[in-house]
Design a protein around this ligand. Structure first.
Ligand code: ADP
Length: 243
């Protein structure tokens, strides 16, 4: 469904991605693990054109693009197929939960407001926020705000949802409710690419785990392979530190 080839990205002299290849099939839940600064977020952002890669190809269903030279039309086409869940939720503070969810449907997808509201409410129901349609972000806990972020992604009905450390800004007691929602949508067959430090999520929910370090994929495999039989020394050292 999604294939990424040979992605390179530097910020000035800092080479952050150094030739990353990745293939994701429909229904895959792929977790990317790795030390801070290893390029995980940048990879996700390059896939969605939130950053422009220096080099690389993406094949997305029937669309093939050069990640460095994609046209506006190609970027638009790929964004129609993807949704992004941000670490810091990225909600509009002056809009209600429902308005945050429907904004992309109305503006980006040109769906009439009434229909968008119907889709938006269903998405908020799914993440357990049927009682918060009209609440503003400031009236919601971090966990609830992130669930609005996930509802916004679901409402777009994308082929894949990209999650960028979705629980790392949350107080520990709020992490569980967000992971529960992510587990639920994974179970329903949503294709997901998830950067996270939540090892339990990687172990229990992912069907593939990727370990990145220094801008490259060091090792990948099933959760069992990575957590119980890591092959590479760098993976072993990382797991020793975090588990
Ligand atoms: P990870 O997600 O694995 O923690 P990141 O992709 O966030 O890693 O960052 C990798 C490196 O790229 C870090 O050294 C970070 O400081 C740098 N970096 C990320 N985004 C930017 C940016 N917009 N400008 C400059 N440097 C950046």
């Amino acid at each position: 469904m999604l294939e990424i080839k040979n992605v390179h990205k530097s910020f000035g002299k800092n080479k952050v991605l150094n030739g990353v290849d990745l293939k994701i099939d429909k229904g895959d839940v792929v977790v990317i693990l790795g030390p801070s600064g290893s390029g995980k977020t940048t990879l996700l952002r390059c896939i969605n054109f939130l950053e422009k890669a220096d080099q690389g190809q993406a094949i997305f269903g029937d669309i093939q693009v050069d990640l460095h030279k994609a046209t506006r039309k190609q970027i638009h086409a790929i964004r129609q197929k993807t949704a992004f869940v941000f670490q810091n939720y990225n909600l509009f503070n002056n809009k209600t939960a429902l308005e945050n969810v429907t904004e992309g449907l109305i503006i980006g997808r040109k769906i009439p407001k009434e229909k968008a509201n119907e889709i938006g409410k269903k998405a908020l129901d799914k993440v357990g926020l049927s009682h918060k349609y009209n609440a503003y972000p400031s009236e919601l806990s971090g966990g609830q705000q992130q669930r609005v972020g996930i509802a916004r992604a679901i409402a777009l009905n994308p082929d894949i949802i990209l999650f960028d450390e979705p629980t790392s800004a949350l107080d520990p007691e709020l992490v569980g409710e967000v992971l529960t929602v992510m587990k639920q949508i994974a179970k329903e067959g949503t294709t997901m690419l998830v950067v996270t430090h939540e090892m339990s999520f990687a172990k229990d929910v992912a069907n593939r785990v990727i370990f990145m370090d220094g801008g490259v994929i060091v090792e990948e495999g099933s959760p069992k392979e990575i957590f119980t039989h890591p092959k590479e020394e760098r993976t072993k050292q990382f797991l020793k530190r975090v588990i």
